[in-house]
Design a protein around this ligand. Structure first.
Ligand code: NAP
Ligand code: G4F
Length: 327
């Protein structure tokens, strides 16, 4: 029997990679999309005719129940969220509605419609915040440092709670930062690689960043969606940290990205205190031993390769845009 998966957040970075991965495994892939006056399906454009998309919203309980009743998926991947940390200070309530209560709405729908559905929750290393130990693993306590991080802690624990209360096969994947050419341009990695491409091609001069000393454990999104799927294929539901185990600073990203196209970053990068956060997470580094051992998962793309991949993709895209403009 063909397995059916439902992905919320299918139009986002991870949604696009996961949809492609599941189609490759022979799944019938359904995606939940929210209504907008203009569709933003660029990331899934090449998959569009192989996907079944449905309108529903994390804010609307009935729309989610109806969707799950109609699709009757075997697996649900809850990737939808307000995922940009700075916005969570500007819109803390909306972030809580989407990123925290949205998880309960998804779990309630699963509980009401079919408790055999396997459920994946997109949890985050942002939950570790002001880190209590290094590296962070599944036992490390949380100290979130943004409304986004606080909302994700709620989403994590409500997932654990539905597993323990209702025996739902619910897993929380605690994923560290993962990037790709599909990353939103407001996140620091893509902001850097987009700027590097534009500066190299002469259509931008400066790149203004915030905290260059922040350190993150950055992996490749294509590797991380495989871990999501592996979690739902186990005999027992559980929670897993997914990370590379290496940390690098924003400054290192900048150096490597500019260096890849033979530019000196010092001539182009400025730091603006306005881009500093009310509360920063200075450092994150994950310990994915559990995932390596039980899921047999490991990251394939190393840090320098990830930087080069993203710079090259942005160079290609900006070149194309310039050629189209001049045509
Ligand atoms: P993303 O690119 O920002 O995608 C977010 C998705 O959520 C988009 O498809 C968006 O739809 C959808 N969405 C937002 N609000 C919604 C609502 N009210 N109803 C329905 N859909 C809604 O995020 P991502 O990087 O792919 O991350 C996927 C998930 O993993 C998120 O939950 C994120 O918080 C979490 N996470 C990400 C990372 C990372 O490093 N990427 C690390 C840990 C955890 P629109 O296209 O309509 O905006
Ligand atoms: O790229 P970022 O905005 O990602 P952040 O805040 O770590 O969050 C991402 O990863 C989380 C996993 O830990 C996800 F849960 C979350 O959804 C999201 O995908 O910022 C990374 C670091 C921060 O320390 C920030 O202060 O880069 C620093 N930074 C320095 N200059 C900047 C900038 N960040 C952004 N976005 N823009 C800058 O100009």
């Amino acid at each position: 029997m063909t397995r059916k998966a439902l992905i919320t957040g299918i139009t986002g970075q991870d949604g696009a990679f996961l949809a492609e991965f599941l189609l490759g495994k022979g799944y019938e892939v359904h995606g939940m999309v929210r209504r907008a006056s203009t569709e933003s399906f660029e990331r899934i454009a090449s998959l569009r005719d192989r996907l079944i998309l449905h309108q529903a919203d994390l804010l609307d309980q009935l729309s989610i129940i109806t969707l799950i009743s109609q699709v009757r998926p075997h697996e649900v991947y809850n990737l939808a969220a307000q995922s940009f940390v700075p916005t969570s200070w500007l819109q803390p309530l909306l972030t809580g509605e989407f990123t925290a209560l949205g998880v309960t709405r998804m779990l309630e729908a699963v509980r009401l419609v079919d408790r055999d559905i396997r459920f994946y929750q997109a949890s985050s290393s942002e939950m570790f915040g002001k880190v209590r130990q290094e590296p962070q693993n599944e036992q490390t306590s949380f100290w979130p440092r943004s409304p986004y991080g606080v909302a994700k802690v709620y989403g994590h624990w409500i997932t654990v709670n539905y597993r323990e209360s209702y025996n739902v096969f619910a897993c929380s994947g605690i994923l560290f930062n993962h990037e790709s050419p599909l990353r939103g341009k407001e996140f620091v990695t893509r902001k850097i690689t987009d700027a590097v491409a534009r500066i190299k091609l002469g259509v931008q001069d400066k790149l203004v960043l915030g905290n260059l000393e922040a350190m993150r454990d950055w992996g490749f999104a294509g590797d991380y969606v495989k871990a999501m799927w592996l979690m739902l294929q186990q005999d027992e539901p559980d929670d897993y940290v997914i990370a590379t185990g290496e940390k690098h600073s924003v400054r290192e990203w900048v150096e490597l990205a500019f260096g890849h196209v033979d530019l000196d970053w010092r001539e182009h990068v400025q730091s603006d205190p306005k881009l500093l956060r009310p509360a920063e997470i200075n450092t994150l580094r994950g310990d994915a031993t559990k995932a390596r051992t039980i899921l047999q998962w490991q990251p394939e793309v190393a840090f320098p390769e990830l930087v080069r991949m993203m710079v090259d993709a942005d160079l290609q895209r900006v070149r194309r845009e310039l050629a189209d403009r001049d045509r």
